[in-house]
Ligand binder design. Structure first.
Ligand code: URA
Length: 490
């Protein structure tokens, strides 16, 4: 048995794993341990305290597919002590020519995908739910080292370093600290410093407050409409485990109980109706001209749809999905939840996805238009078809998604999505069942699930549904063929 003691990082594991591979050490013969800092200086990379001496050698050369490399990188951040041994087994099998290890159908492959998926979710959660607070004026000591903003966050997996880089890119020269239970990240405006070990600054981060936060809380409270309280949608949108890290998290339980104990009936939170109006000055600089490129989808003012929507609904799914599905625009429920295809059309789409032997979370789902366009009919907000100039304006975001995800296959649901992708109005019926080549992507046009929902007779509904499922089967086959091609040795 070899004991390999490494720092708890992907780079350290990779270096050790490549050397072990070069010496053909089978996975069962390695006991992977995390080197503790006290011992680090005194030990070599390969610690032969057990049976076999292990001399460092020239590392093995391993050619990974891009997909496997990304899976390993992400799975390495999964909090589980046994992960290094597991990742070595994956690498060992791949190096031995066993490509099935990178498939979700394989037991190790499935575990790898599950770990990577959990880590990707933790990354997404961290950048969505970290809240920076301006440090208290009372804390203002002359130490130049203290950051302007602090945040406390408890990530589910080891994604602090990854998220810190994200925030470093987004927050310009403002200095900040993110503290977590097992490490901290500091940004001094130009360089990032990561510290491992139990947080020293959690309390400090948790107890600061600032004016912007007070304003945000007042705003959050004022937008809460007890008449529309839907606890499960609320929790789905913002899972309970994040509440404690969010300033608004402390408001939610009391708002829910207020709604349940009467406020729902009078349809307005006590206090909100009594607030006087407040004018908010908007300077010309912050109001974007329609055609400027906004930095985020939320800030998009390329058309007027944002004015009446709750929020922009971005695409969702793995950044390396082989198949992208494009719908028309979010509906009422999508607008409230901030996610595509969570309403009735989404449920029907799920049926087609399952029939086609696909998993929803392996697909990238998005829409041609990112804001809900609606008209009021009684109390209901009914879908209104987007105008061509709104579809064109939103094409900017669809292009970004296509560039980022680079799907091998795109399935357009309905005529709006097909037109948005082809940049021209096309008759959907002419294209149903056809596979088009658009800039190297295979594009399959099919019906929108809401077209199935609109059918009067069950047999027509079933026919449209079957046609959507067929298109998805075709998409799966094409995406698999492209993957196979990429896997084939040069
Ligand atoms: N219809 C769409 O086209 N997209 C959604 O996200 C929901 C309904």
């Amino acid at each position: 048995m070899h004991v390999i003691a490494i720092d708890d990082t992907f780079a350290a594991w990779r270096e050790a794993a490549l050397q072990a591979l070069a010496q053909r050490v089978v996975p069962e013969k390695i006991d992977w341990r995390i080197r503790d800092d006290a011992h680090a200086a005194a030990h070599t990379l390969f610690d032969d305290e057990a049976v076999t001496p292990f001399a460092p050698t020239v590392p093995a050369e391993v050619r990974l597919s891009r997909e496997l490399a990304e899976l390993l990188n992400d799975a390495a951040l999964y909090r589980e002590p046994a992960r290094w041994a597991f990742l070595y087994r994956v690498l060992w099998r791949w190096h031995g020519g066993d490509r099935s290890v990178a498939s979700p159908a394989d037991t190790d492959g499935a575990r790898l995908y599950k770990m990577a998926k959990a880590v990707r979710r933790a990354k997404h959660d961290m950048i969505a739910y970290v809240r920076f607070r301006l440090r208290d004026a009372a804390d203002d000591t002359p130490t130049p080292d203290l950051p302007e903003y602090v945040a406390w966050y408890e990530p589910e997996h080891d994604v602090l370093a990854w998220s810190a880089e994200h925030f470093a890119r987004r927050m310009g020269r403002s200095t900040w600290l993110i503290s977590t239970p097992d490490g901290a990240a500091w940004w001094n405006g130009s360089a990032l410093r990561l510290e491992r070990g139990p947080a020293r600054s959690g309390d400090h981060a948790a107890h600061t407050a600032d004016e912007a936060e007070a304003l945000w809380l007042a705003y959050y409270r004022s937008t809460f409409n007890p008449a529309r309280l839907n606890e499960s949608a609320l929790e789905q949108h913002m899972p309970v485990r994040f509440w404690k890290a969010l300033p608004e998290g402390s408001l939610i339980p009391s708002m829910i109980s207020e709604a349940k104990s009467g406020a729902r009936r009078i349809a307005q939170a006590s206090g909100v109706g009594m607030l006087g109006g407040k004018s908010v000055p908007v300077d010309a600089h912050s109001a974007q001209p329609a055609r400027q490129h906004p930095s985020t989808l939320d800030a998009c003012r390329r058309c007027e749809l944002w004015r009446h929507a709750t929020q922009a609904v971005d695409g969702i799914g793995p950044g390396d999905a082989g198949i992208m599905l494009i719908g028309e625009q979010p509906g009422d429920l999508e607008d409230l939840a901030g996610k595509p295809f969570v309403g009735p059309a989404g449920r029907l789409l799920d049926v087609a996805i399952e029939r086609a032997g696909l998993a929803r979370d392996s697909l990238y789902l998005t829409n041609a238009v990112k804001h809900f366009k609606w008209m009021l009919r009684g109390k209901r907000r009914l879908h209104k078809t987007a105008a061509q100039q709104e579809i064109d304006a939103c094409g900017y975001w669809l292009e970004r998604e296509l560039e980022r995800v680079r799907p091998a296959v795109v399935v357009t649901l309905g005529a709006t999505a097909l037109g948005a992708l082809l940049h021209e109005k096309v008759g959907l019926s002419d294209c149903i069942g056809e596979t088009l080549d658009v800039n190297g992507m295979q594009v399959i046009a099919t019906y929108h699930p809401s077209y199935a929902l609109r059918q009067q007779h069950d047999e027509d509904r079933q026919r449209v549904l079957a046609s959507i499922a067929d298109a998805l089967v075709r998409a799966r086959e094409l995406a698999d063929a492209v993957k196979e091609q990429q896997r084939a040795p040069d």
